[in-house]
Design a protein around this ligand. Structure first.
Ligand SMILES: [Ca+2]
Length: 96
């Protein structure tokens, strides 16, 4: 197998969306105690300042190529990442 597009950008986007310090974590932290007016400011501020989003958006156009080029190892790698994100999200969502 000589390719490789790799999965760096794909991983960056998944991280920005699914990690506990990315979008999913942000929404859980804001809305766990219900939605208040102040949540909008917190979300806006995070969207503007969190470097994860900038990194993800910068190379988002490479993702299509990476997805088309996925091999078995990369798929397992991504699946392992997803399991970790789910575990972290559940921990964050259920912690007091
Ligand atoms: Ca809230």
């Amino acid at each position: 197998m000589s390719q490789k597009e790799g999965i760096k950008e794909l991983k960056e986007v998944l991280d920005a969306v699914l990690s506990t310090d990315g979008l999913t974590g942000l929404f859980i932290k804001c809305f766990k105690d219900g939605a208040q007016a102040s949540d909008a400011a917190i979300i806006f501020s995070d969207l503007m300042s969190n470097p994860k989003y900038m990194k993800a958006i910068q190379d988002i156009n490479k993702i299509g190529v990476e997805v088309k080029d996925l091999d078995m190892n990369e798929s397992f790698d991504l699946a392992a990442d997803m399991l970790k994100y789910v575990k972290d999200i559940v921990a964050l969502a259920t912690q007091k």
